[in-house]
Write a new protein. Structure first.
Length: 265
């Protein structure tokens, strides 16, 4: 069994908030990384939209017959995701190294993240049509694809996956982070976003059980928070002890000074 200090902290940083993270936030993260191994999973939604108008049109997003939204992903979109992820990766790795953390990039589709078959029926206007969409739900992660965790070192994961047919597919970054947390034996998964808390009836929630979080997810959560609550439940089912959602420095989120803690009960 791994020594306590070798258990990684898994952090998912949303693509919509990467530009807003201060130098102090990164200093805090590297301080954590000197004491604990880090696995960082990055988003890419905002940088992809900024890459060109073709990624920011309403028709680039699809909704399936169950109401779930996804980016219409073609081989060209996969290529552009890799392009913006490489740029993000260079910036993030530089910030980590300046804070004394060695780091490397890991492409999730190269053996780390597995995906299931994707939905084929999508709404286009008022019509359900069959589309080839290179997306797939997370089915698991292989810890052998991550080097042995150690303090002072981090892996930066781009959340693409590989399905059973061998296709490289787009998948949800929060749920990818949940699968990685479970595979790596992490106690904590931190989902960094651009809101400070989960809100229920307009009120911030400090702590919520996985059961209550799932009930709210199905009853009232929308958009990105719905996916985060699903990811939180999956991380806890895979063995994590808690999931923290918020926008503050990692040390504050882990200490419970802010953010929403989702716990197993």
């Amino acid at each position: 069994m791994s020594a306590p200090h070798a258990v990684p902290v898994v952090v998912k940083v949303g693509g919509s908030c990467l530009d807003d993270l201060s130098d102090g936030w990164w200093d805090d993260l590297t301080g954590q990384g000197r004491e604990h191994p880090l696995v960082l999973v990055h988003g890419w939604s905002k940088p992809l939209r900024q890459l060109g108008e073709r990624h920011d049109r309403p028709d680039t997003m699809l909704r399936d017959r169950y109401g779930n939204q996804s980016r219409w992903t073609t081989p060209e979109v996969i290529r552009d995701i890799k392009t913006v992820s490489a740029r993000l990766g260079d910036d993030i790795l530089d910030r980590l190294r300046r804070g004394g953390i060695t780091a490397e990039r890991v492409l999730g589709s190269e053996g780390l993240i597995r995906a299931g078959a994707g939905e084929r029926w999508w709404w286009r206007g008022k019509e359900l049509v069959e589309l080839e969409n290179l997306v797939g739900p997370i089915t698991g992660a292989d810890p052998a694809a991550l080097p042995r965790p150690r303090p002072g070192h981090a892996q930066l994961v781009t959340p693409l996956a590989r399905n059973a047919a061998g296709q490289e597919v787009n998948t949800d970054g929060d749920r990818a982070a949940a699968a990685i947390a479970g595979a790596a034996g992490a106690r904590d998964l931190v989902l960094v976003t651009n809101v400070s808390h989960l809100l229920i009836d307009g009120e911030p929630v400090d702590r919520i059980s996985a059961r209550d979080a799932a009930a709210f997810r199905d009853r009232g959560a929308t958009g990105g928070m719905r996916k985060k609550l699903r990811a939180a439940g999956e991380a806890l089912e895979r063995g994590a002890e808690r999931v923290v959602i918020g926008s503050a420095p990692i040390s504050d989120l882990l200490a419970g000074r802010t953010g929403t803690v989702v716990f197993q009960k």
